[in-house]
Design a protein around this ligand. Structure first.
Ligand code: CAA
Length: 384
């Protein structure tokens, strides 16, 4: 049928989620995306609305108050939310992929029961605190320390660029129990915001995804009960890398959603804007740009969905996630930039959404591993 997606891989459940989230996002989230970008206010009402329809715990089993969907459905939800508002998209992606799933994959039953229902239902927001001022791409250089004193670990250090920093109540924090051991000393902890010694530091003013909260997290003699150790001592680096393997598919989906939003604006504008007596879409200079956008988006979508499908099939997907994230984020930047060109002076104006989409797109080439780091990951898989 005209207008229907030509995507053949979706099953009924995935197609239903796509329709539900698309309609929800366009009606409830998209109309205020520009205002949130402008005000930099955290979109709490978007979170509450997403929570009300189960979006805050899509891939989490029902027993922990999740929706128990597959990874493909979850990824489609990120894509659709990001198409409407990329800031809301990253809040959801980080909350789920790296803020909640590691507890499900590596937590004890007691930890799962204590923390996951609040996260999966959206009563609380989750975050992931790995990055530090001197440990960005080189994640092994975590300088935050954790020292066991009696039945508590005492955490000291500063994290930076933490997505959901000021909004989250549950953090997965990576700290080193012995810096001489390198990655083998890095250990993961579940840290509650209310813990004495935990504080939220400087808030970043950002180019894009401005409504999302990006802050420092300061740990000053922050005493964490021993039962909040996630996994075993020294397993934190692997836990972080495993979380990021999944997380990168989500960032790919976010980028895909941004690219699709920019493409749709460009097509709409090109069909209605008349110059030289006809719609500008009738000039090949414009229609070929639209065709190039379609080529890149189609390829990005297949890569992102395929990485998620491999995860669902229980097959290795780290290389495919890195490829999908790299390609989709480059696509988002290119498509958003070209969409501005199609809209000309209007595209450069804040009156239209494409300049925001370019600003939002740029970060997808940087976070959850820069696209240069993705090449290290991909090459590592090829050459191992
Ligand atoms: N899964 C499981 N284990 C893994 C792994 C993976 N994907 N990748 C590496 N490991 C293991 C290795 O097998 C190795 O274990 P052994 O010592 O037992 O063999 C160990 O971890 C160390 O691996 P490497 O020697 O490869 O580690 P490295 O120091 O060279 O670093 C890296 C590898 C890929 C560059 C890594 O540092 C990295 O991913 N850097 C980017 C960091 C990143 O993505 N940060 C994002 C921050 S979070 C964020 O952005 C969220 C947000 O707000 C949006």
């Amino acid at each position: 049928k005209k207008g229907e997606k030509t995507m053949l891989v979706l099953n009924n459940e995935q197609a239903d989620i796509q329709k539900l989230v698309r309609e929800f996002a366009q009606k409830e989230i998209a109309p205020r995306a520009a205002a949130y970008d402008h005000s930099e206010e955290f979109p709490w009402d978007n979170i509450k609305k997403m929570a009300a329809i189960g979006l805050m715990g899509l891939p989490i089993p029902e027993q922990y108050e999740g929706m128990e969907t597959d990874a493909v459905s979850y990824i489609i939800a990120i894509e659709e939310i990001s198409k409407a508002c990329a800031a809301t998209g990253v809040i959801l992606a980080v909350h789920t992929s790296v803020g909640t799933l590691p507890i499900y994959y590596f937590g004890t039953e007691a930890q799962k029961q204590k923390y996951i229902p609040d996260l999966a239902s959206g009563r609380k927001i989750g975050a992931f605190a790995l990055t530090e001022p001197n440990a960005g791409s080189d994640a092994s250089k975590v300088a935050t320390t954790a020292t066991l004193e009696g039945d508590h670990y005492v955490l000291n250090g500063t994290k930076c660029f933490i997505t959901n920093g000021a909004a989250a109540e549950t953090f997965i924090v990576l700290a080193s129990i012995d810096r001489s051991k390198g990655t083998k000393g890095i250990t993961a902890f579940i840290v509650e915001k209310a813990t004495p010694g935990f504080s939220v530091g400087k808030k970043e003013e950002k180019m894009g995804i401005r409504a999302s909260s990006t802050t420092e997290i300061i740990l000053d003699n922050c005493r964490i009960p021993q039962e909040n150790l996630l996994g075993k001592e020294g397993e934190g680096f692997k836990i972080a890398m495993t979380a990021l393997d999944s997380g990168r598919i989500g960032i790919g989906a976010q980028a895909l959603g941004i690219a699709e939003a920019a493409y749709q604006e460009a097509v709409k504008y090109a069909k209605t804007r008349e110059q030289f007596g006809k719609p500008i879409a009738s000039f090949q200079a414009i229609s070929f740009m639209l065709a190039d956008m379609a080529i890149q988006i189609e390829a990005a979508r297949l890569l992102v969905y395929n990485a998620a499908a491999l995860k669902d099939a229980g097959r290795p997907f780290g290389k495919e996630a890195a490829i999908a994230k790299t390609f989709a984020s480059d696509t988002a930047v290119k498509v958003a930039l070209d969409a501005i060109q199609v809209l000309g002076g209007y595209g450069y104006s804040r009156e239209y959404p494409v300049e925001r989409l370019l600003r939002d797109a740029k970060i997808t080439q940087i976070y959850e591993g820069t696209n240069q780091i993705q090449r290290i990951v991909i090459a590592g898989h090829i050459l191992k």
